[in-house]
Design a protein around this ligand. Structure first.
Ligand code: HEM
Length: 466
């Protein structure tokens, strides 16, 4: 009996002080309705559950049975940093149908040692220092894009942010230019935007809409395959810094080269994961800023001031504050492989556990006046690491988190240096689901009220601009 009890209560952290209990209840409405609400009204539904049931509740779904949702930083820490034998994701990524977009052979579908090994192979260009080498390139891409924006007419920022993010990730992952890369640039948003229902319900993959999608996706794969073939014949591989060249070079020295299919899957994962979330987050930054003139004014003052370290910190804090209030990816999930406990509750083997970032980010327990957009909290307040989790955590923490942070603050600076904005409407935009992300419902519609003078790529002092 003792052995059995011990097994039931095996925790990734210290042994629980009290015997584990059954999880508290969740909503009583039918599982089908809960499934639909999770899929389409996710933010509002989770908010209501959180208010009603507290930091731990159980949602019942048709596809995946019970989902154990936690909003407590201690539990979130246990899920992220617990043993990878207990908390796994690869299998669930397949259940979500993500393999239909990016192919089944990349690190996303692996767990444990094979997952660690593949991450190790691709992680160097995503380290903080390596990522900073791209600041100039990112600023140039952003400046070129801003130059195309209309003045005085409302327009959606989201497609423009997508264009910037695609160009950035293509440079880092493939690092080439030319007709094929232009085609890839066109096709990537279409590959990322697969029809949702057939991903989750395989029978729906017989429908014509899915067939059309498959043709687009396969064209994307064909372009990447052709690029890989060219790269294998490339003479200056060792001088190139992009991820594809790095992988091809290292496999030429290895006795176990990656198969073409696996390399295409990995490239596609990085290209797809590397643009949509960043584009969405960038759009939210401006959607929030145009409605918070006091924050915008403080940012402009910092950009005009003579304390570059403070300016950089405030830009970074603005990005963080946006990710806190509009986390882009609301839930991270893990399949529990062995019985465990979370928050003192029993979690059976096979259960799905989810961490709800938006709810923890907006809890007054962890953030003072959580509804306010106040970037300075990230400069002054002592914030619990696991109460702010826009990039997930542990061994599966977003591979591109450093890149995303640098990219967003660089684009934010480049935009603020070049244009002034007015909101197209005063009411904030609603978070609308687009696959796993929540995007601004009106695509972050803004009006550029005027362009600011920029000389030799550098912004002129404010007096000149005003
Ligand atoms: C604002 C932008 C971004 C946000 C909010 C974001 C968020 C996330 C989240 C929440 C996860 C799941 C983490 C977990 O389960 O613990 C994730 C995983 C991942 N992200 Fe990002 N991401 C962003 C940008 C990027 C970029 C630029 C890349 C570049 C390649 C990227 C590549 C990945 C990959 C490869 C994974 C899977 C990691 C694994 O399973 O080991 N992401 N991201």
């Amino acid at each position: 009996l003792t052995g059995e009890l011990e097994q039931m209560t095996t925790s990734p952290t210290a042994d629980p002080p009290a015997p584990a209990t059954e999880p508290p209840p969740g909503p009583k409405i039918p599982a089908l309705l809960q499934t639909v609400l999770m899929g389409y009204g996710m933010g509002g539904f989770l908010d209501r559950c959180h208010r009603r049931y507290g930091d731990f509740f159980v949602v019942r779904t048709v596809m995946w049975g019970k989902i154990y949702v936690t909003v407590a930083p201690d539990d979130i820490k246990s899920v992220f940093t617990g043993s990878t034998d207990t908390f796994r994701f690869g299998e669930h990524a397949r259940e979500l149908g993500v393999d239909q977009i990016v192919g089944p052979q990349s690190l996303l579908f692996l767990d444990g040692e094979p997952h660690r090994e593949q991450r190790r192979r691709v992680s160097a260009p995503f380290q903080a220092k390596a990522v900073r080498d791209n600041i100039g390139t990112i600023a140039d891409i952003a400046a070129e894009e801003v130059a195309t924006w209309p003045v005085g007419t409302p327009f959606q920022l989201l497609p423009h942010m997508r264009e910037i993010a695609i160009q950035v990730i293509l440079r880092i992952v493939i690092g080439a230019s030319g007709e094929r890369i232009d085609q890839l640039r066109e096709i990537l948003p279409k590959v990322a935007n697969s029809p949702r229902v057939p991903m989750l319900f395989p029978p729906a993959r017989k429908l014509p809409g899915w067939r059309r999608y498959e043709r687009v996706r396969d064209e994307g794969r064909r372009l990447i395959t052709a690029e890989i073939a060219d790269r294998r014949r490339c003479a200056d591989l060792s001088e190139r810094t992009d991820i594809l060249s790095m992988l091809v070079a290292s496999e030429q020295e290895s006795d176990q080269p990656m198969e073409d299919g696996a390399l295409v899957d990995l490239m596609l994962l990085l290209l797809v994961a590397g643009h949509e979330s960043s584009a969405t987050a960038l759009s939210w930054i401006f959607e929030r800023l145009v409605r918070c003139p006091d924050v915008l004014a403080r940012l402009r003052d910092a950009l005009d001031g003579d304390d570059p370290a403070y300016t950089e910190a405030l830009l970074d804090a603005t990005v963080r504050e946006t990710l806190r209030l509009r986390p882009v990816i609301l839930l991270t999930s893990r399949r529990v492989r062995r019985p465990t406990t979370l928050g003192g509750h029993r979690i059976p083997a096979g259960a799905l556990v989810m961490t709800a970032s938006a709810q923890v980010h907006q809890s007054p327990k962890w953030f003072d006046q959580p509804e306010r957009f106040r970037p300075e909290r990230f400069l002054t307040d002592d914030i619990d690491t696991h109460a702010f989790v826009p990039f997930g955590g542990g061994p599966r923490r977003c591979l591109g988190a450093n890149l995303a942070m640098v990219e967003m603050s660089t684009v934010l600076r480049a935009v603020l240096e070049r244009v002034e904005f007015a909101p197209a409407t005063t009411r904030g935009e609603r978070p609308a689901p687009r696959h796993v992300t929540l995007t601004p419902s009106e695509g972050a519609t803004v009006t550029v009220s005027r362009r600011l003078p920029v000389r030799d790529g550098v912004r002129c002092p404010r007096e000149v601009g005003h």
